[in-house]
Design a protein around this ligand. Structure first.
Ligand code: CP
Ligand code: NVA
Length: 312
């Protein structure tokens, strides 16, 4: 198993399946794991805002018997230009794992290369693997599916070809999903990832990038979206509202989707933009269960990474 969790593609399907199975056990009987990471610490570096990621990792470490140390870039030397190489080596002498949320994906890679403890990607401009792994867990849980049932499973992603779309492409490859992404021209997911789909087409995963949200949604079992302007793109918000108009989960899309489709949103949501208020409220139970599941899935991730560290 990889020392780190930076990218779904770094872990094999079997490893991810073990993680999801452990997450189910952790959700069902959290008390059984209440001391499994006793004495362990997780440093959490944030260069961007967060509600779910921060709280779920922090509470998750506490519920496993360990602790989390919140490091805002605004209040640590990270924000004053101390090289990540040095931060990695210092933190490795204090803590048992590092979670980081930042802009450039290369920073996460640098941190992991210089840290001797596991590093977890809590979101970069490129990927958000903890979220999409949780989304897969939520789909399986809600529909009572095995991982093997996801082969050919139709997922529509409506909106920006951003970190969420990129991570869904990795999930499509790992789990054999039939993923259709609807986005405007110029806002496609990462080209290298799309090329990887063509190279690995034999594993069953398929990804199509289309322009028409209706085409993506047709027959889909899951409709999924994310904000039109991600963190760091605030200056583009007005232009993006114009470009993305129509890239919205609404009644029309629900009508054309498969029977009883699921609607997922990683949150935060902008009602009236990527999803209508009425669709959001109809699916609020599922969407907030999805948010809750970040806790259970990341606890499984922490156990797998930090316990492994103890044995080595
Ligand atoms: N979905 C998600 O990662 O939420 P936060 O930005 O609040 O962490
Ligand atoms: N694409 C969004 C995801 C937030 C969880 C962002 O990066 O801001």
């Amino acid at each position: 198993m990889n020392k780190d969790f930076l990218d779904l593609a770094q872990w094999s399907r079997d490893e991810l399946e073990s993680l999801l199975t452990l997450a189910t056990e952790l959700k069902a009987a959290p008390e059984k794991f209440s001391q499994i990471l006793a004495g362990k610490s997780l440093a959490m570096i944030f260069k961007k805002s967060s509600t779910r990621t921060r709280v779920s990792f922090e509470v998750g470490m506490f519920q496993l018997g360990g602790q989390a140390v919140f490091m805002s870039s605004a209040h640590t030397q990270v924000g004053r230009g101390e090289p990540l190489e040095d931060t990695a080596r210092v933190l490795s002498r204090y803590v048992d794992g590092i979670m980081i949320r930042t802009f450039e994906h290369s920073e996460v890679v640098t941190l992991a290369r210089h840290a001797t403890v596991p590093v977890i990607n809590g979101l970069t401009d490129f990927l958000h693997p903890c979220q999409v792994l949780t989304d897969i867990f939520t789909i399986k849980e809600r529909l009572g599916l095995a991982l093997s049932d996801l082969s050919g499973f139709k997922v529509a992603y409506i909106g920006d070809g951003n970190n969420m779309a990129n991570s869904w492409i990795n999930a499509a490859l790992r789990f054999g999903l039939d993923l259709r992404i609807a986005c405007p021209p110029g806002y496609e997911p990462d080209t290298t990832l799309l090329e990887r789909v063509n190279q690995q087409a034999d594993n069953g995963g398929q990804v199509a990038v289309v322009r028409d949200p209706l085409e993506a949604a047709k027959g889909a079992a899951v409709l999924n979206t994310d904000v039109w302007a991600s963190m760091g793109q605030e200056d583009e918000a007005v232009e993006r509202r114009r470009v993305f108009a129509g890239y919205q989960i609404n009644e029309e899309l629900l009508q054309i989707a498969g029977q009883k489709p699921l609607v997922l949103h990683c949150l935060p949501a902008h009602r009236g933009e990527e999803i209508t208020a009425s669709v959001f409220e109809r699916y609020q139970d599922l969407i907030f269960t999805q948010a809750e599941n970040r806790l259970h899935v990341q606890k499984a991730l922490l156990v797998m990474l930090l316990k492994k560290e103890e044995k080595s």
